[in-house]
Design a protein around this ligand. Structure first.
Ligand code: UD1
Length: 431
């Protein structure tokens, strides 16, 4: 087990390069299963979730290999020509939520699939009923038994699919399966996140015929087979958002390179209320923090283009040090507020009921011994530690490695004092 040792109080200044998006790379890796050919994914950070997906591909008979390329991170070579198996066992599926994305692609490639219920961050129930309803609509027989989804896609057919909710994962699963179903499938009420558009672009580069991603209807004309390609995933808007929030809390001037201003508009609108200064360029965002940020008012998480649930936790840290009260409402995941208990240990003033939090900003918060509760909750505690008076020990940081690559090195380069250390003692996680 590892921990971050953080000494608070330093102002951050300099440039940081935002990595390709975890939430794009994971469905793209699932999409590789459909492709009977080699794929080169450029500049892939070794997020532990990416490594977990590679293990799933290898279990199925695929090959994955990091190779040097022209970017900061290595490229990832994926070869799914020899996919022979069609099952994802529990021990592999339980380490990563995106294991469920393989259901659509295994079915597309092998016509049958046996995939365990997925794991991932403990932020709520996270059912998969919408994924299953969509696949059934496309002619699959699906049986849910002993923690596994058994699916038969041999009688697949293109159809109209209406999602009861714009689920990101369900949209991606259905898109992947439909891309190799003969005929035209239309997905109504799909998720519109930038990562959905990225998956469309990746699949189209492999020869799929998909249009409309990012709008309220996706049209997929099935093709018999996909071919290999070289692809570069979009920039991670949640990592960019995390650095922007850091900028509003402890930033002198931070320049985010390879960031997408257009994908972060909901956040930028709120941050501007704190009186920080933000300059948007083509693929850069520059933020200058103000000496005492003002409250941003309220945020309410929603599907894209609403305020991202993944940035709710970091916003709790910002709210805790703003001048005034802030209201934070988590609408998407019922158990995504566990970081609040840790923030209280740092002297934050937060009241919380039924997903609604009232935060009274304080000028000072204090370092403490705290625990990473989930990926983004971990990022929230890192930011609080960088602001706090004194030092913070943040335990269980393996959860942060799921979706931030070398976070401590990036923060250190900006002037933050944060070190990765071995955790000597037993960590009691009461959740
Ligand atoms: C993805 C992201 C995650 C982000 C979330 C919302 C990945 C790997 N993860 O997760 O970082 O926080 O989108 O932006 O891309 N739901 C159902 N039934 C279903 C599917 C979902 O009820 O079959 C509910 C969920 O419980 C949740 C809501 O819909 O309340 C949103 O979930 P969804 O959009 O599917 O998120 P994920 O794909 O799991």
């Amino acid at each position: 087990m590892e921990s971050f040792y953080i000494v608070g109080g330093n102002k951050l200044e300099g440039e940081v390069e935002i990595d390709p998006a975890k939430n794009s790379l994971l469905p793209i890796l699932a999409g590789c299963i459909l492709v009977d050919d080699e794929i080169l994914l450029e500049n892939v950070p070794k997020y532990s979730d990416v490594i977990a997906m590679c293990k799933i591909l290898e279990h199925l008979g695929g090959k994955t290999k990091f190779v040097s390329g022209k970017y900061k991170n290595e490229d990832l070579l994926v070869d799914c020509r020899d996919i022979v198996y069609s099952d994802v066992p529990n021990e592999l599926a339980c380490s990563v939520r995106s294991s469920i994305f393989t259901l659509g692609s295994i079915l597309g490639r092998k016509k049958i699939a046996k995939v365990s219920y997925p794991g991932g961050c403990d932020i709520g129930l996270r059912p998969i009923d919408i994924h299953i309803a969509g696949l059934k609509q496309l002619g699959c027989k699906v049986v849910d038994k002993n923690g596994y989804i058994y699916a038969d896609g041999s009688k697949r057919r293109a159809e109209d699919v209406m999602l009861s909710f714009s689920s990101v994962g369900a949209t991606e699963n259905i898109m992947m399966f439909a891309s190799v179903c003969k005929g035209q499938t239309r997905i109504f009420n799909p998720a519109r996140e930038p990562e959905i558009v990225d998956l469309q672009n990746f699949l189209n580069k492999c020869g799929a015929k998909i249009s409309g991603a990012g709008s309220n209807m996706i049209v997929i004309d099935g093709v018999p087979k996909l071919h290999g390609c070289c692809y570069h995933a979009i920039s991670d808007r949640i990592e960019a958002g995390t650095f922007l929030i850091a900028g509003a809390m402890v930033g002198k001037e931070i320049v985010l390179k390879n960031a997408s201003p257009k994908d972060n508009q909901a956040l930028i609108a709120k941050l501007l209320k704190t009186t920080c200064k933000i300059k948007e360029e083509n693929d850069r965002i520059i933020i200058k923090g103000s000496p005492r940020p003002q409250s941003f008012g309220e945020i309410e998480t929603a599907v894209y283009p609403g305020f991202p649930t993944d940035l709710q936790a970091p916003m709790c840290s910002l709210a805790s040090v703003c001048d005034g009260y802030s209201l934070i409402i988590e609408n998407l995941f019922e158990a995504r507020l566990k970081h609040i208990g840790e923030l209280l240990k740092m002297g934050c003033d937060i009241r919380c009921k039924n997903g609604v939090c009232i935060v009274k900003g304080r000028d000072k918060i204090y370092g403490a011994d705290v625990i990473t509760t989930d990926l983004r909750g971990g990022a929230c505690l890192v930011l609080a530690g960088l602001y706090a008076e004194g030092y913070t020990t943040l335990n269980n940081i393996e959860l942060i490695d799921r979706g931030y690559f070398k976070l401590e090195e990036k923060l250190t380069a900006l002037g933050g004092e944060i070190k990765r250390i071995k955790c000597e003692k037993k960590v009691y996680n009461c959740y």
